[in-house]
Structures are given as C-alpha cells and as structure tokens.
Write a protein that binds this ligand. Structure first.
Ligand code: CP3
Length: 357
C-alpha cells in the first residue's frame, strides 16, 4: 500500500506545500489557510453551476465535482482545496438509500435501529461493493489534482459516529439520543454498526488518497454529544479503523475534527492523527496546552465573526493567530463550516490578511 510515482506528494508537487508542512509539524513562511465548506452555497458560481443538478448527482459527476472543488481555490487563493462530496457518499455508493434535503441534511428513509437492520446493512451494503462504485470519486479527484498544481487537495470522510448518528436517527437530530441509546442498549450491535461505517469511510478516504489527495480530514461533527468515556470506549476504536487505510500509506497527513468537542481533544489526538481540528469554543492556546504542545492544530475562527465589521474580524483573526502560535504548527481555518449566507469577499480578505503577516 504505497502511493504511485505520479502522486503529488511523491512527485514533489505538494510535498513542500505550506498546508502539508504545517500538518507535519512545521511552521512554513506562509500561514496555510482553507475553510471547511469553502465549496458551496456562499459562492454565486456554485449556485449557478448546481442550479439544476441534485446535490448527490453533482457529487457523482466527476467534471462537475471537480469544477466545484476548484471554484474556491481560484476565488480565494486558499492553500488547499477540499474535495466536493459529502459524508454520505460512501453509504450511497454501497447501496444505502439516502437523500440530502436542502436546509436539513442527510435523510435515511430506512433507519438502522436493530441488530437485524445492522446485519442486513453489513450483508448487503458491504465495502466489497464499494471499490468499483468509487470510480467517479477517483475520476473527480484525478481531474481536480491535474488542475491544482502545487495546491494540495484534502480528501475527507465522515467519522463512524457521525454517520451512525444519521443512520440510527434516520436524519438530523439534536442530541442523537436514539443513537446513544443503541450504544448502551445493545453494545454488540453498536460495535458492528460502527465497524461497518468505519470500513466504508476508510474505503472512501483510501480512494481519494490513491487518486491524488495530499491530506485527509475525518469529520466527527456530532461527537460533541458524547461523554469522554463513551467516546473513548465505544467510538474512538472505529475512528481509528477509518483512518487505518491512510495510516498504512504513512506519508499522508490527517486532520481529526469534531464540533463541540473541547472535552474530547485528548481523545481526538489519541486516535492517531497528524493534526487536531478545534472548534471556536476552545481557544487554541488552551487546546495546545492540553495536548502537551505537541500536536499541530487547525482552526478556529468563530463563523459568527464573518458578518462583523472588518476591524472586529481583524482583531479576532489576530487573537486566533496569536493563540495558535503556542502550538507546534497551525493551519488557519474556521471553527466549523462556512455559513451559506457568508459574503465570499470576507473569506478572500481573511486569506489576504493571513498571508500578509
Ligand atoms: O467545501 C467543502 O467543505 C466540501 C464539501 C462538503 C460537503 N459536505 C458538501 C455539502 C463537506 C466536507 C461536507 C461534509 C459534511 N456533510 C459534514 C461534516 C462537516 C460539518 O459541517 O459538520 C456533515 C455533517 C454533512 C452532512 C450534510 N450534508 C449536511 C448537514 C448538509 C447541509 C444541509 C443543508 O442544506 O443545510 C449537507 C448537504 C451539503 N453537503 C451541501 C454541501 C455543499 C449543501 C447542499 C446544497 O448545496 O444544496
């Protein structure tokens, strides 16, 4: 399991890129910056090109997915592209029925709630089906990387808990109570559900990396609803398994991000990742101290500042950079995704300000 000679990390296109260097623990001259959800509804060019294509159809159209991935790189001059797709795409490609409802999120018409449901998923929607079905994803990544040159592409996947929270609930939920109940009511079924999700996410990450992604991010958006003990014992092993195909390759850096997870920082790092993504609630200096000042950090501008006057935003940016200087390395990002109503000019300005320093 190695990268091909034409992979951008191997042929030298991205191996010295600021993002890759920072994720490996270095402090490049230029502060690397990108934004979670930078491709999407904040961009008029995205809304135009997506106008008559459904979200998941766009994800599986290699030319379209590639073009959408490139849009924010051209516009903002960010230091990385993030692959345009969604955390539910590997489930869809494995055969699971799923829809992405605008303004709501992933909806599963057949929630996975019982031992029999999980057994059926594992039997019918296994990772074995996935390899071939992932071809449009690989093709989109290849097209994108061919255009990106020295700018790295970040591949991503949903972490097993976040996928399970949607699968068990059947859609978005506030406190993921049904999923967390299954965890304790039937721990064996829970473990099998997370194992299955980890296999699919791992295969999704591996496909993106083999096709040319120079880094990956594992998104555990809902892990914040878990206690430290539940996360450590019933969730972290599956997240570790999802990252394994990438770690086996060895040279590809990874970012592990969860929302509302200040209490979980040590656990997120312990999963074995190059960097930890911090949401806006935990100051980066405090996050770094908790991690022994030994882990590269990503984050953590509060998205609420994107609508504030420029001087207010600038002071917040200074504060984030100052606190981030405590960590061995820092990748500037938001503390969660770009809100759809964001003025894209504000994002471009943040990139300029970060690069000017
Ligand atoms: O720019 C990027 O970050 C790349 C693309 C990306 C999307 N989804 C595209 C998308 C990424 C990295 C994701 C990850 C994702 N998807 C997460 C983890 C990150 C996070 O925000 O916590 C989660 C939880 C999902 C599930 C999901 N998919 C949600 C909650 C939604 C939003 C529903 C809505 O309309 O508010 C989606 C749909 C989705 N995924 C959109 C985009 C651009 C919006 C669909 C549209 O444009 O019509």
């Amino acid at each position: 399991n190695t990268l091909t000679a034409s992979h951008p990390l191997v042929d030298g296109r991205t191996s010295a890129a600021p993002l890759v260097r920072a994720l490996r623990g270095d402090r490049p001259e230029r502060m690397p910056v990108w934004f979670m959800r930078q491709a999407g509804r904040s961009l008029p060019e995205y809304r135009a090109i997506r106008a008559d294509t459904r979200m998941l159809d766009a994800c599986l159209d290699p030319a379209l997915a590639s073009e959408i991935t490139l849009q924010p790189v051209r516009r903002h001059g960010v230091d990385a592209a993030v692959f345009f797709s969604d955390i539910v795409v590997p489930l869809l490609l494995a055969g699971v029925e799923v829809d992405l409802v605008a303004g709501r999120g992933p909806v599963f018409p057949h929630p996975v709630r019982t031992a029999a449901d999980v057994a059926r998923c594992r039997a019918e929607f296994g990772a074995d089906r996935l390899s071939e079905a992932l071809e449009p994803v690989r093709e989109a990544v290849r097209l994108t990387v061919a255009e990106l040159g020295a700018t790295p592409l970040i591949g991503f996947a949903g972490a097993p808990f976040t996928l399970a929270a949607y699968l068990v609930e059947g859609g978005p939920s506030r406190d993921h109570l049904r999923a967390r109940t299954l965890m304790h009511a039937d721990p064996e079924t829970w473990r099998e559900l997370l194992d299955w999700a980890a296999e699919l996410s791992g295969a999704f990450l591996e496909a993106q990396v083999q096709a040319g992604a120079s880094a990956v991010q594992l998104f555990d958006s809902w892990a914040g609803s878990l206690s430290v003990a539940d996360y450590r014992e019933r969730v972290a092993p599956a997240s570790r398994r999802a990252l394994e195909p990438v770690q086996r390759i060895g040279t590809v850096p990874s970012i592990h991000f969860a929302v509302g997870s200040g209490h979980l920082l040590e656990e997120l790092a312990a999963v074995g990742t190059s960097a930890v993504g911090v949401d806006w609630r935990t100051p980066l200096d405090e996050a770094s101290r908790r991690l022994g000042d030994a882990v590269p950090l990503q984050g953590n501008l509060d998205p609420a500042y994107l609508g504030a006057p420029e001087d207010t935003l600038k002071a917040h940016l200074e504060d984030v950079l100052q606190r981030g200087s405590r960590a061995p390395a820092h990748v500037l990002n938001l503390g969660h995704g770009v809100p759809p109503e964001t003025d894209p000019a504000v994002l471009t300005r943040i990139v300029e300000l970060a690069h000017e320093r």
